[in-house]
Ligand binder design. Structure first.
Ligand code: MRU
Length: 342
């Protein structure tokens, strides 16, 4: 079962992070004992996926509060750690959401009692992890209702247990439908350049026993136009008030293709991925990553020497291309107006 794959484990004094750069062939856990270690594993994408980096950052705050016990200005140390952690990656809102919640709700003793702050933040990070697990399970149960016998579901990137604290979002919905006995199959995009689809989603699909085919990103139009896809579901890194959302690069073209072919297109994300402070997707910062990720493959240069690359890690899909957004509070359908209050 895919639930057996875990992304993060808190030991009580350190955060163990499954090194997703080594999957699927090597299972190695990295030990984070400081908030700077957590910053590094998020920035370098040893761990990734919007909810997972939110939970990891919360544990980073817990580590920072413990480190603060041996510095002269503990409160300032924790606040600096928060700023640092939030800068690790810009697009997924879960990161700043989790860090801000740690400061706002998770550390009542901050500025008064460093020992209590450390205990409070460790406990609070555990609560956020549990919340993520509960929300993803609820979301997956709603998402599973979208699928019926015979569905062939196309997805991109990795949105399973590896991308969250547990269960996953878009993948969680597929997995839940399969566990409930629906006869479904999956078409997974490999998701260049990090290959979340080929390396991670394929691993989760194999582990869960769900029938699937892996295709390269450029094959999406072919499989849709040949009747090989009945529905599309993807994750989200930041959803604006109007329903525009950022997700892994390649998502927008899938939404356009799905519209052209008359296929339902869903995003799935917990409310921790919503950013009601922005009106539309125009305000979402898209992370640009190193061009080397495109110029190379598995550590080996593939592009002609002298070639330059462009490497936006996410794109933004306009809300009008969405059939619905699956959340832990149910499936929201257009129009996405004042829907956060529903
Ligand atoms: O760059 P990544 O691997 O962190 O991007 C992940 C995605 O785009 C996912 O679709 C998204 O975070 C949702 S994960 C449940």
């Amino acid at each position: 079962m895919s639930e057996e794959l875990r992304s993060l484990l808190w030991t009580g004094s350190s955060l163990r992070v499954l090194d997703q750069l080594r999957l699927p062939f090597e299972t190695e856990w990295l030990e984070c004992t400081s908030y700077r270690d957590v910053y590094r594993v998020i920035k370098n994408m040893n761990t990734r996926g919007a909810p997972a980096i939110g939970v990891a950052a919360a544990y980073g705050m817990a580590l920072a509060a413990r480190e603060a016990l041996s510095v002269a200005e503990p409160e300032q140390f924790v606040r600096d750690a928060a700023t640092h952690l939030k800068n690790a990656r810009p697009t997924a809102v879960n990161l700043s959401w989790a860090v801000d919640r740690c400061l706002a709700d998770g550390a009542p003793s901050l500025g008064r009692d460093a020992r209590s702050t450390a205990d409070e933040l460790a406990a609070f990070a555990g609560r956020l992890a549990q919340e993520d697990e509960d929300q993803n399970l609820a979301l997956s149960r709603y998402g599973a209702r979208l699928f019926e016998d015979g569905d062939s579901i196309l997805t991109i990137c990795n949105t399973g247990a590896l991308a969250t604290y547990r269960y996953g979002t878009a993948f969680g919905s597929i997995n839940e439908a399969f566990k409930q006995g629906r006869k479904i199959q999956v078409i997974a995009l490999e998701t260049r350049p990090y290959l979340q689809g080929a390396r991670l989603t394929a691993l989760e699909l194999v582990t869960a026993g769900i029938p699937f085919h892996l295709v390269t990103d450029g094959m999406a139009g072919f499989v849709m136009s040949h009747g090989m896809v009945t529905k599309v579901i993807v994750g989200a890194d930041r959803i604006a008030s109007n329903g525009d959302f950022a997700n892994k690069i390649g998502t927008y073209q899938l939404a356009v293709l799905a519209k052209y072919h008359g296929l339902p297109f869903y995003a799935a994300a917990p409310f921790s991925s919503f950013d009601f402070s922005i009106a539309s997707g125009l305000e979402i910062a898209v992370e640009q990553r190193d061009e080397d990720e495109v110029l190379s493959f598995a550590g080996k240069r593939i592009a002609a020497l002298g070639a330059r690359a462009y490497n936006p890690s996410f794109d933004v899909t306009p809300n009008e291309l969405l059939s619905g957004i699956v959340t832990e509070r149910g499936v929201f359908t257009p129009p996405f107006v004042s829907w956060e209050k529903r």
